[in-house]
Each structure stands twice: as structure tokens, then as C-alpha cells.
Ligand binder design. Structure first.
Ligand code: PLP
Ligand code: CA
Length: 310
């Protein structure tokens, strides 16, 4: 990053910063789109970046969509065509992690979405759950006595809208049975998912915390700000951190990961973060708050358009 950080990226500087980069990593929700609507001007900016031979990748903590679904959404919203392999979601990267970390034929017990299951299937990781078949019966006797699958050597926690006490019981039983040999993996720790108008719903971090608390141990985290998701990308494509820009709307995930991985960081204010929060961190003397300050910010990614005109 630059010596002075937290600067508004004006068109002249934007030309220089973009000129020095060959790769851009984009967070999705809050940067490229909000819910189901593209951020105005965002598809045009990505098209021009691609026309200038920049390499574009998509890095999301959302474990409830597959890479294929992200490629399809990009297409539907008018972004330049993306291959699923350019998409690094916490579901895909969690599946990749388990495919490498689990012994052959070992299985995972999964709290998550059908998309997480699809990514595990795609890389050949056997798993139980999500879905009713992996659930014990309705009462406490079932939770404590339901038979355990002997192949399970990992518990994976992602976004699970059907999270419940019975699943928490089963996760704990697998972790107690396997001891330290049973992996505990969380897709991400986002504490809240913001909705329009200041409303929010609990994020995956709440579910990961519940399992960690029961098991009295810490999960290995796949998604931003963990560098695992970046390392996953960098192992599949040649990345020079000094020539890579991370674009995100969230300080404690996107910007922190980018700063920790030696990338140039660019915050957009179309998502969850306000400029006041940035200033607050910037004026603080606390090193852990300083690492949340982006190199640059723009109101919207569309502000990059003038810098990409000939
Ligand atoms: N997790 C879930 C379940 C989500 O729905 C979202 C955003 O829609 C996120 C995480 C955050 O995703 P991102 O990293 O793309 O902002
Ligand atoms: Ca986001």
C-alpha cells in the first residue's frame, strides 16, 4: 500500500493505480451489485478493465452460491463473461481445503446450503448433510444416541438457514469423538448480512461461533479476512500481489484481507461501510484498527469510468 492511506481515488490517480495493476479481485455483493441489481456503471467498468487485458477474479464469502451460479449472475446482470474458475467463493475454497486436508475416503459433516454440498461433490469430498437425511430425530434422546457415521473426520460450517440444536449436537458429537483429528472448518465469520434500510440478519459467523463454543476449540476459517481464500486463488493463477487490487465494501473482511496479503486495497461506499468508519480507524492509534484502512476509496466503482476512457 501507499504511504498515505484512506485517500479518495480521483481520476488522475486512478489512471496511475489501474495502470500499475494487472489483476483485480472483486468482492461481489455491495461492490458489483446490491441484491439483484447491478451497481450502476459497474458492468461498463469491468468491460473496460477486461478490454485493457486486466485479469478479473471474484472473491466472495457467500457460501450459499456455487461458482457456476456466480458466473451466471454476472452474465445476467450484464458483466463481461466470467468462467466459473475465476470465482473464488468460500464454498468452493472450503471444498478444496477439505479435499486436500482429509485422508482418502474420509467424510465431512456439513452444516450449510445445497450449494456447499454441490461444491463438495464437484471435488469429490464425501459428506453428510445438508438436508433432513443427515438429521437425527426430533427429541433429545435422538440427539445423543443417533448413530454416528464412522467415516466423518471433519465438521464444516457454512451459511445454513436450517441451522438447529439437533445439528449442533451432532457436530459436537463428531468433534468429541474425533478429538483433534476431526477438522473444524468455517466458511467465513461475517457477523451480519445487511438488508435494505439498515435491517440485518445473522451471518455465518454466528453459526461458526456456536459450534466453536460447544467444542471449546477454534475453527479454521476459509473466507476473507483469512488469507486461505487468496492463497487458493494464487495457487491456481499466477498472482503478483504488488500488481493486484482488492476491491471491496467491507473493512473487516475485504480490506483487511487485501492489506494482510500485500494487495492494493480499494473500498467502495456502495455497500456496508461509511466514510466515518474509515476516518475513525484512520485516526485511531490502535494497529489492528489501522489495518482496516483501505489504500483508497471511491463512492462507487463507477467512479473509475473516467480513468478508463481513452
Ligand atoms: N454470506 C452470505 C450467506 C451472503 O448472502 C453474503 C452476501 O450476500 C455474504 C456472506 C457476503 O458476501 P461477499 O463477501 O460477496 O460480500
Ligand atoms: Ca460485500
Amino acid at each position: 500500500g501507499s504511504a498515505r492511506r484512506g485517500l479518495r481515488l480521483e481520476p488522475a490517480a486512478a489512471r496511475e493505480v489501474l495502470g500499475a495493476a494487472d489483476t483485480l479481485l472483486f468482492d461481489c455483493d455491495g461492490v458489483l451489485w446490491r441484491g439483484d441489481a447491478a451497481v450502476a456503471g459497474a458492468p461498463a467498468v469491468l468491460s473496460r478493465l477486461q478490454a485493457r487485458a486486466k485479469r478479473l477474479y471474484y472473491v466472495t464469502n457467500n457460501s450459499s452460491r456455487t461458482r457456476d451460479a456466480y458466473a451466471e449472475k454476472l452474465r445476467r446482470l450484464g458483466f463481461p463473461p466470467a468462467e466459473p474458475r475465476q470465482v473464488f467463493g468460500s464454498a468452493y475454497c472450503a471444498a478444496r481445503y477439505l479435499s486436500q486436508a482429509l485422508p482418502p475416503d474420509a467424510a465431512a459433516y456439513v452444516l450449510g446450503s445445497p450449494a456447499l454440498s454441490a461444491e463438495l461433490r464437484a471435488v469429490g469430498v464425501p459428506h453428510l448433510g445438508p438436508g433432513p437425511a443427515a438429521l437425527p430425530g426430533p427429541g433429545p434422546a435422538d440427539w445423543t444416541r443417533a448413530p454416528l457415521d464412522p467415516a466423518v473426520r471433519a465438521v464444516l460450517v457454512g451459511f445454513d438457514e436450517h441451522f438447529c440444536y439437533a445439528k449442533l449436537c451432532l457436530a459436537l458429537r463428531y468433534l468429541l469423538r474425533g478429538g483433534p483429528d476431526c477438522l473444524l472448518v468455517g466458511t467465513n465469520r461475517d457477523h451480519r448480512l445487511p438488508l435494505e434500510g439498515g435491517a440485518a440478519i445473522p451471518g455465518t459467523g454466528c453459526l461458526v461461533k456456536a459450534v466453536e463454543m460447544a467444542a471449546e476449540r477454534e475453527a479454521f476459517i476459509i473466507g476473507k479476512p483469512s488469507r486461505y481464500i487468496f492463497d487458493c486463488l494464487a495457487s491456481e493463477f499466477k498472482i503478483d500481489p504488488a500488481r493486484t487490487i482488492m476491491v471491496g465494501d467491507r473493512l473487516d473482511t475485504d480490506i483487511l484481507m487485501g492489506n494482510n496479503c500485500g494487495l492494493t486495497t480499494l473500498l467502495t461506499l456502495t455497500g456496508v461501510t461509511t466514510l466515518e468508519e474509515v476516518k475513525g480507524h484512520q485516526e485511531s492509534d490502535c494497529p489492528s484498527r489501522k489495518s482496516l484502512v483501505p489504500d483508497y476509496y471511491v463512492d462507487s466503482i463507477a467512479d473509475l469510468l473516467p480513468a478508463l476512457e481513452d
